[in-house]
Design a protein around this ligand. Sequence first.
Ligand code: NAD
Length: 293
Amino acid sequence: MSISTVAVIGLGNMGGPMAVNLAKSGLATRGFDVSDQARSIAEEAGVQTFDTAVEAAQGAEAVITMLPNGDLVKKVVGELVESDSTAKLYIDSSTVSVQDAREVGELINEQGSLFVDAPVSGGVTGSQAGTLAFMVGGTEEAFNQAKPLLDIMGRSITHCGQSGNGQAVKACNNMILAVQQLVLSEAIVLGERLGLEHQAFFDVVSNATGNSWSLSVNAPIPDVVPTSPANSEFKPGFSSALMLKDLKLAMESAQATGTNTVLGKIAADTYAAFVEDGHGNLDFSAVINELRH
Ligand code: NAD
């Protein structure tokens, strides 16, 4: 199937720039968002926008959804499947539960079209730069059809197996990240109380077995690494609210599979309290401040 027209539903912080990059690559790119503002920003950057998802999908061979949650993905995809949509390929890049991804995939497959779940990492900067990492679940055929589109929007595209597996690996990765960020924060605060300078901590640990992305790129202390949100009062980056969302999805999967995730549960509870305290808009590394109390 050659794809010349694509529709993007959800033109927010992530979906907007993804649609713009598709348009810039020369594909006819149609879009819809419930927000007038999101529609007009995308329209100005070369995306043709419409008043409904169904209209946006008309004539498109592929539909990409980038929406806040699984319920909205199910609602939008349900509407498209019931319409006389021409799309033969659906890509959902939203972060949703594995179960929701598989449900959506079945619905689309029953209608005779292909589906991949293709959640991302790389954030808004990656979306704008076209350097997202896509974790893809679906059949070989669906993956091969989706790959040329994903290549336009991303730099690293990994086929992770059956439908839902993109969401599965994303939940696992972010659970690791949250736990690492917490233990790193505990160690930094412990070091502070033992009289250790931040720079000495960084110089040793970033070159030792305790190193991680959380330290070498996202250190929760200012002035040790240029990429750190701590240098700009924890402006995200990756917000604590989004981290909490992903941890809740991981906990949902842990419960569904009877998996013992003690550390993941502590991380989920810690971020829930942090967000409840009004810090949802801060980078998730700001959680170190909670540990200083
Ligand atoms: P966002 O809120 O900026 O964008 C979502 C957009 O969907 C909004 O513009 C909203 O108006 C629109 N929308 C809501 N209901 C709709 C509907 N029924 N039809 C059409 N549009 C609708 O969120 P975002 O940051 O772009 O995130 C999108 C997805 O990407 C989420 O699932 C999020 O978890 C995931 N994600 C975000 C990041 C990030 O750094 N922002 C990173 C990785 C993954």
